[in-house]
Design a protein around this ligand. Structure first.
Ligand code: UDP
Length: 240
């Protein structure tokens, strides 16, 4: 656990669908989701308000379905529905350890989740509930990274924390290039100019133009999630 002073009051955590897969090829690894839930539970005990935007890439991505011949918009709706399934799994894992959580969906599916209503989401956060934001922006041709930047700005989050499988942003691909160097901080403009693989450009521009800092960190490192939420200097901070 972090021993640094808590810096953030409210954070938005972006989890990709792949983060839930662990070493599987598809779907959700129960052990991985339990570990993530436990770290989120630890952060809520530090009175950090947490909203989560979850991806769906472990099940469906619209672009992949379109490449296989499906109509792109239909594929994107399937991708958004995949994020709803992941959101329910996270809600379940949090409730299993007595952390209050609410799924709020950008698509209306009243039997399984609340609708996303900004004021209601903020109220849940103020009451200490983890809010899990499903179905991205609710619109095809967007990504859950863009949904994460949009929602973080809407709910007044202090930072967007993007969980990945690498420990930050590098100047080259660290897997194929052993000389690649990790940035401790990097500017949004450099990320865009150098096409550094952080998040899609729409999401980066949203953060930059709305003064929302972004931290990229390695979710597979035990404790890194709590450290990132506590304001510790893990991974890479993208600033202005
Ligand atoms: N999606 C969409 N609109 C959104 C967010 C997501 O159409 O606002 C669809 C899109 O097809 C995307 C899929 O949902 O590929 C899953 O989201 P994403 O690829 O962002 O998930 P991740 O890569 O984070 O797992």
């Amino acid at each position: 656990m972090s021993d640094s002073p808590r810096q953030y009051r409210r954070v938005l955590l972006k989890l990709s669908g792949e983060a839930l897969m662990g070493d599987l090829d598809y779907g959700i690894d129960p052990a991985v989701i339990q570990r993530i839930a436990s770290e989120i539970g630890t952060a809520t005990k530090q009175e950090i308000e947490i909203a989560i935007v979850i991806g769906g890439g472990n099940i469906f991505r619209g672009a992949g379905l379109a490449r296989a011949g499906m109509d792109r918009v239909t594929g994107d709706y399937m991708g958004m529905l995949a994020t709803v399934m992941n959101a329910l799994a996270i809600q379940d894992a949090l409730e299993a350890i007595n952390v209050y959580a609410r799924v709020m969906s950008a698509l209306q599916i009243h039997q399984v989740s609340e609708d996303y209503i900004r004021r209601r989401a903020v109220r849940h956060l103020e009451k200490g509930r983890v809010v899990i934001l499903a179905a991205g922006t609710g619109n095809p041709f967007f990504t859950t990274d863009t949904a994460a930047s949009l929602r973080a700005i809407e709910i007044g989050a202090d930072i967007l924390l993007k969980a990945t499988k690498v420990d930050g942003v590098y100047d080259a691909d660290p897997v194929s290039n052993p000389e690649a160097k990790r940035y401790k901080t990097v500017s949004f403009d450099q990320v865009l100019a150098d096409k550094l693989s952080v998040m899609d450009a729409t999401a980066i521009v949203m953060c930059r133009d709305n003064n929302l800092p972004l931290r990229i960190f390695d979710l597979t490192q035990p404790g890194a999630l709590v450290q990132a939420m506590s304001g510790d200097d893990v991974g890479t901070l993208v600033t202005f």
